[in-house]
Write a protein that binds this ligand. Structure first.
Ligand code: ADP
Ligand code: MG
Length: 589
């Protein structure tokens, strides 16, 4: 499959190159120039909106930054186009970093609104600057020259536009299949799981945002040299909406969807601009209305865009298993069996008037499995979230390997060697099981976006995938590694989460109701896996609702009810305790 895809890309490059030398009419070269320029902006939106889930209506403003930088520097200062490209990229990176730092912490509807706001701001700034020619813009942008050869606006520029567009597509494809790419792909499903794997979600939101801005800026640079002039109109918010439309129509989330979307929108728009005024009888931008209606239809009937109609017919991508014999990832030094590993000291959590965790204390020694049990609503998950830094304590202290970890973020706690699963499975359904597990190895690997785009990260990726496969084998799931995580039943999904947590090389593994929703057979299999992990020396904190499940498995048990610790002891002590019986009988019936 990978070869088919690579073959497809090579073929596309060949076709696009052939068009440059074949007697294709100039009209079509011009159309293709527009499509390539638009596709680069849409490609940025595929990454930002489709993959990372951050909707931006303001991409046209970044196109404007690139275009105006090129035009202004060339027209007034005579700077060479290749230098203006670099300045434009640098400027868009700075603008994106500043805007991103302010707006990317926002959630929900605020971010799209913020993108409209800064889209308008940049547009009106450009439109009102004397030195940028106000609404008239700048005329007389010189053509780009390569080795003394002027590219003009036709075929020469066509080659440059498509070389850059296809190179960008390849770079984004490489990025998505990499350590930083998986981090970006994890953003859409919320931040809790990614942070628990040690991923700074803000960092990757900013990276996606900056990359989208850079693609838009390069597109703007090409646009200025293609038009040989700039004015503010193509950089307004209406154009920003059109770019988003291209990405959504083509298949937001798919690299080639950007190209399909740009092509369809450009060609249909031209037709509509001729046809609609004739039909309606007056002139105006009626195509916008049609696009709006089409967008609603696409979102309703083909929310994944047109490209999915192609991918549905292709076999699912399957990673080539090329990591046999790869070097092991670095491991952390582990505590000695019997060492004091975790101390939970008078921990309290209040939600308004409700005391969910009421001054709870217990300890875990290395090599033990400790069960935290209690009826529903007892405060087990909340305790768990306090230990792992997902929630902040109202008061109390948690010490891990002798160091206080209260007040640290879940990411910092993950760095120190705690790894967890979730009561409600958190995963990336459209990633394979193997890729999901590889997310756990994030902190044990290093490659950044640049290395990934240039494909310099392959050796490290092999080590990571060897580790991910080894962890899946450890829990008996190696067979399912190529399946999409979203297609698994609940039992295997829970096991996959355990493999992902193991992939972090934890000193303490925390499992929140791993047996919930499992059938009897699956529960037994899970118990066997946990026993095996204990034999291998792992320490586990196990939150469970089901008493029977923990009885044969744990060294010590902490029982909670209504936020309070009822009793702590060995399974036998707990089983014999009348208080525990009362608590369970009192609530279960
Ligand atoms: P358990 O995991 O033992 O079933 P939880 O820790 O999930 O229990 O919940 C303990 C109590 O705290 C419950 O009464 C629950 O309704 C409450 N609670 C949990 N999370 C929140 C929250 N984010 N806001 C308000 N109340 C919460
Ligand atoms: Mg719970």
């Amino acid at each position: 499959m990978a070869t088919l895809r690579r073959f497809g890309f090579g073929l596309l490059c060949l076709v696009m190159a052939a068009i440059a030398v074949l007697p294709v009419p100039d009209f079509w070269i011009t159309q293709l120039n527009y499509i390539g320029i638009y596709a680069m902006v849409a490609l940025g939106l595929v990454l930002l909106t489709g993959v990372a889930g951050l909707t931006s209506f303001g991409q046209a403003a970044f196109v404007g930054v690139g275009a105006y930088t090129a035009a202004y520097l060339a027209v007034t200062l005579g700077v060479s186009p290749w230098l203006t490209l670099l300045v434009g990229i640098a400027l868009s990176v700075v603008v994106a970093l500043v805007l991103g730092a302010i707006t990317l912490r926002m959630s929900g509807h605020y971010l799209p609104l913020a993108t409209i706001a800064w889209g308008l701001t940049i547009y009106y700034t450009i439109s009102n600057m004397e030195f940028l020619g106000k609404y008239d813009g700048l005329l007389g942008v010189p053509p780009i020259t390569v080795a003394g050869f002027s590219l003009g606006t036709g075929r020469g520029l066509y080659v440059l536009i498509w070389a850059l567009a296809l190179a960008s597509a390849l770079a984004v494809t490489h990025l998505l299949d990499s350590r930083p790419g998986r981090a970006i792909r994890s953003l859409k499903t919320g931040t809790t799981m990614a942070e628990a794997m040690g991923i700074s979600t803000l960092r990757y939101k900013i990276i996606a945002f900056v990359l989208a801005a850079v693609l838009a800026s390069i597109s703007g640079w090409l646009f200025a040299h293609f038009q040989r002039s700039v004015n503010p109109t193509p950089f307004g918010v209406h154009k920003g909406i059109e770019y988003l439309f291209m990405a959504v129509l083509g298949g937001v989330g798919h690299v080639w969807g950007a190209f399909i979307g740009a092509g369809v929108v450009k060609l249909v728009e031209d037709q509509l601009q001729v046809l609609l005024p004739k039909l309606i009888g007056t002139s105006g931008n009626f195509e916008i209305i049609v696009f709006g209606l089409v967008l609603i239809a696409v979102l309703k009937y083909a929310p994944d865009g047109l490209w999915t109609f192609v991918t549905k017919r292709l076999p699912a991508p399957r990673r080539v298993r090329d990591w046999q014999g790869a070097a092991p990832l670095p491991t952390r030094d582990k505590p000695q069996r019997g060492d004091l590993l975790l101390e939970v000291d008078q921990v309290r959590k209040q939600f308004g008037g409700l005391v969910a965790v009421n001054d709870v204390s217990f300890a875990i020694r290395a090599g033990d499995i400790v069960g935290l049990i209690g009826p529903n609503g007892a405060g087990k998950s909340t305790t768990f979230n306090l230990i792992t830094g997902v929630l902040s304590m109202t008061r109390g202290a948690v010490r891990f390997r002798g160091q206080p970890v209260g007040g640290l973020s879940s990411r910092q706690i993950a760095e120190r060697g705690m790894s967890r699963t979730f009561q409600h499975v958190k995963m990336i359904p459209e990633m394979t099981v193997l890729e999901n597990v590889a997310l756990g190895g994030y902190l044990r690997t290093r490659s950044g976006p640049l290395r990934a785009m240039l494909r310099l990260d392959r050796a490290e990726e092999r080590c990571l995938f060897a580790e991910a496969e080894a962890q899946l084998a450890r829990i008996g799931m190696a067979e399912q590694m190529h399946e999409l995580a979203g297609n698994l039943a609940l039992g295997p999904q829970r096991l996959m989460e355990i493999a992902r947590a193991l992939c972090t090389d934890p000193a303490l593994l925390l499992l929140d109701e791993p047996a919930a929703g499992l059938r009897h057979k699956e529960k037994q299999a899970l118990a066997d896996v946990l026993r095996q992990l204990k034999r291998e020396g792992l320490s586990i904190l196990l939150v469970e609702h089901d008493m029977d499940f923990v009885m044969g498995l744990t060294d010590r048990i902490v029982v909670m009810e209504f936020g309070t610790r009822l009793i702590e002891g060995t399974p036998e002590e707990v089983q014999a305790s009348p208080i525990v019986r009362a608590a369970y009988l009192g609530t279960e019936h």
